[in-house]
Design a protein around this ligand. Structure first.
Ligand code: DCM
Ligand code: MG
Length: 274
């Protein structure tokens, strides 16, 4: 998805790293199952501590962060393959009485963002193609635009742009797992949990913090300019009356999707294909 960045120079005070888990890929018209935001003040990114005090060694995860993690009942089937990678099933979300995406989630996000030193920028890896368009769908489905004035950016675009300048020093790909392996020579923990992926993103970010913060100051876009991943027909209710309860071993308890809102798909690339 092409997102035109606002290249006017800013000086973000807080970076809010964000990751979503969902029921699937863009072609599946996914719904969010989990959302995690970790806010890191610029001060922590300009004063990174290292395991043994030497900058060439490993950065320590910032001690002072704000964190918000919310599990959400998608009211849509989570296929066994997606459950396998995320650890989230319809049964466990419904059994835990998680609520659907609603205005209280939007309000929580807004309050969390407003609590940070301003201006803030939300940072997601492949965010322009996945996380922000999906969040936009959910916000639109409840008719809520309270995040429209928040800046957001894509760390994948940033990492690629910076690597181009340094003539391709990054071996392998630019996915979260590839970048983590490149920088730390081990596999990231808790991949495909929203919390785990945000922690991984921050650990990667800290390896290029000076360059990335500067790049983001010149490459962000307002959430209102993000195109939704797909559109939900207004003739259909946004809430889906069917309940989805899939058996953890398979699809046996799957109910019909015929009551789902009608959706049309906008182009958005595969989250994992980066
Ligand atoms: N996803 C998927 N299949 C994959 C990778 C991801 O369906 N192979 C979907 C479900 C995940 C969501 O994308 O919850 C977000 O991906 P990630 O865990 O990489 O953030
Ligand atoms: Mg994730």
């Amino acid at each position: 998805m092409e997102v035109v960045s606002d290249t006017s120079k800013k000086h973000f005070a807080t970076y809010i790293f964000i990751d979503l888990e969902s029921t699937g890929l863009p072609g599946d018209q996914p719904k969010i199952t989990e959302i995690c935001l970790i806010a890191v003040n610029r001060y922590c990114l300009e004063n990174i501590e290292y395991t043994d005090g030497i900058p060439s060694k490993q950065p320590c995860f910032p001690r002072v962060v704000d964190k918000l993690c919310i599990c959400i009942d998608p009211n849509k089937l989570i296929t066994p393959n997606v459950s396998k990678i995320t650890g989230l099933t319809n049964n466990i979300l419904q059994g835990s009485k998680k609520k659907q995406f609603s205005s209280d989630v939007a309000q929580l996000l807004k309050s969390f963002i407003e609590r940070q030193e301003q201006p803030v920028c939300m940072v997601a890896h492949n965010g322009y193609n996945y996380d922000f368009p999906l969040l936009k769908v959910e916000m639109s489905s409840i008719g809520c635009n309270i995040l429209d004035g928040v800046y957001c950016t894509d760390s994948l675009t940033g990492m690629k742009a910076l690597d181009k300048v340094t003539r391709g020093q990054i071996s392998g790909g630019y996915s979260l797992s590839d970048l983590f392996f490149h920088f730390y020579q081990k596999h990231a923990d808790n991949a495909h949990s929203a919390d785990g992926d945000v922690v991984t993103l921050i650990m990667i970010f800290m390896k290029k913090a000076a360059d990335l913060t500067e790049w983001i100051d010149e490459h962000s876009t307002l959430f209102c300019d993000i195109t939704p991943m797909y559109t939900i027909s207004e003739s259909q209710p946004s809430g889906c009356p069917g309940r989805f309860r899939n058996n953890d071993e398979g699809n046996k308890g799957k109910e019909s999707f015929s009551d789902s809102p009608q959706v049309s798909l906008c182009t958005s690339s595969h989250k994992a294909s980066v």
